[in-house]
Design a protein around this ligand. Structure first.
Ligand SMILES: Cc1ncc(COP(=O)(O)O)c(C=O)c1O
Length: 394
């Protein structure tokens, strides 16, 4: 059958439920930070499957781990222990303990929204309270609990009533947060750097106040690091950059280097789930755990935290310099390789123009460009990407 960009896009569009805004190309393979469409055109991939492919594509260590695990065992639910899962739990717990100083417990699942659902249920079970607080412009997922926390009305309005009550506060509004958190509040959900909301880092003072307010009120502080975690900001957990420690952190996206896996990690003292009160059929499956172990190994072996930090700094300096030549850039935001460019013009036409010239990037709102390069992208590729970006920005 004819497999052109247009034919594959058309066949998928015909059968999917229409929830994804599709581009006009079909990707067939990738190598590092480069991908090719089915007609052989080459692109630099700074979308990384929306922040997922932190090792780039076709990573040898990840590929080998998956091949080996596939030949041993793909599935075995959590009623049975499995070495890959054991090692992943130990590795995540030790990172959590060295970052937060507390011992942790982990729930493994398959996506970001599912990790946040676990955190919501955990907070309600621990506190016996119902109310939740979240930030305006926050994004936490699309299943009923996480969706209730997600800010944009267009994602929520046709599905109400969702769980609640939810109070939405302005990010960085300390007084607003103080007023919102009461003896009825089970948890405060925050992104240390808002992703979908436009790559907006929270102020350290606000995050510290959130810590203090939550501790005072017996409310759980949950940091959603589904997009910012796994080294994207130069630290394994992005909260390590600001020195404010949550009670629960949620991870997904980069955790499996492309294989679906999510995790909620919580201080041991908050883990009050009873047998079968929560669960997930695919959670902690050995194939996904092997992917996560190989991804974490590559982060260590290839010094990807250090590289994300260094390259992020270098890239943001280059973008600041570009700002002096390109009047359409209003601001460069982010941390490490979690990069946003606020524009004076609409972001979608720029994304399209960049794609036509061989650079895949994302939007994060109507006027924000978002770049989520693989953490092992080389300077040569960054230089090429910067050249393309400069050529398409007014
Ligand atoms: C901060 C944040 N939380 C949660 C989610 C939802 O993750 P998933 O799409 O894996 O359910 C996302 C997805 O973009 C996200 O960026």
């Amino acid at each position: 059958m004819n497999e052109t960009n247009a034919s594959l896009v058309e066949r998928e569009t015909k059968l999917e439920m229409g929830v994804y805004k599709k581009r006009d190309i079909a990707l067939s393979r990738g190598e590092g930070s480069i991908v090719w469409d089915v007609e052989g055109k080459r692109y630099i991939d700074f979308t990384s499957g929306i922040g997922v492919a932190i090792l780039g594509h076709n990573h040898p260590g990840l590929k080998q781990a998956l091949a080996e695990q596939a030949s041993k065992m793909i599935t075995c639910n959590e009623a049975f222990a499995n070495g890959e899962r054991t090692r992943l739990l130990e590795s995540l717990e030790s990172r959590w303990r060295s970052a937060s100083g507390k011992s942790g417990k982990i729930f493994l699942c398959n996506s970001g929204t599912e990790a946040n659902e676990a955190a919501i249920k955990l907070a309600r079970a621990k506190t016996g309270r119902k109310a939740l607080v979240a930030a305006m412009n926050g994004f936490h997922g699309r299943t009923a609990g996480s969706l209730a926390l997600t800010f944009k009305l267009k994602y929520r309005e046709r599905f109400e009533p969702l769980i609640g009550p939810i109070t939405r506060i302005r990010m960085n509004d300390i007084e607003g947060l103080r007023n919102a958190v009461t003896e009825e509040t089970a948890a405060v959900f925050l992104e240390v750097i808002q992703g979908e909301g436009g790559i907006r880092p929270a102020d350290v003072a606000f995050l510290s106040a959130a810590r203090e307010i939550c501790s005072q009120k017996g409310t759980l502080l949950v940091f959603d690091e589904v997009q910012a975690g796994m080294g994207r900001t130069g630290k394994f957990f992005s909260f390590e950059n600001v020195g404010v420690y949550p009670d629960v952190v949620t991870l997904a996206k980069g955790l499996g280097g492309g294989v679906p896996i999510g995790a909620a990690i919580a201080n041991e003292e908050f883990c009050v789930f009873k047998n079968l009160e929560h669960g997930s059929t695919f959670g902690g499956n050995p194939f996904a755990c092997a992917a996560a172990n190989a991804t974490i190994k590559a982060i260590e072996d290839e010094k990807l935290l250090e590289r994300a930090d260094e390259n992020g700094l270098w890239l943001s300096q280059k973008l600041q310099q570009m700002m002096t030549r390109k009047p359409s850039i209003v601001q460069v935001r982010g941390k490490g390789l979690f990069i946003g460019l606020e524009l004076k013009v609409e972001s979608t036409p720029i994304v399209k123009a960049a794609q036509a010239k061989g650079l895949l990037i994302l939007t994060a709102g109507d006027t924000t460009l978002r770049m989520l390069p693989p953490l092992n992208t080389t300077r040569e590729v960054y230089e090429e990407a910067l050249g393309i970006l400069e050529s398409v920005l007014p």
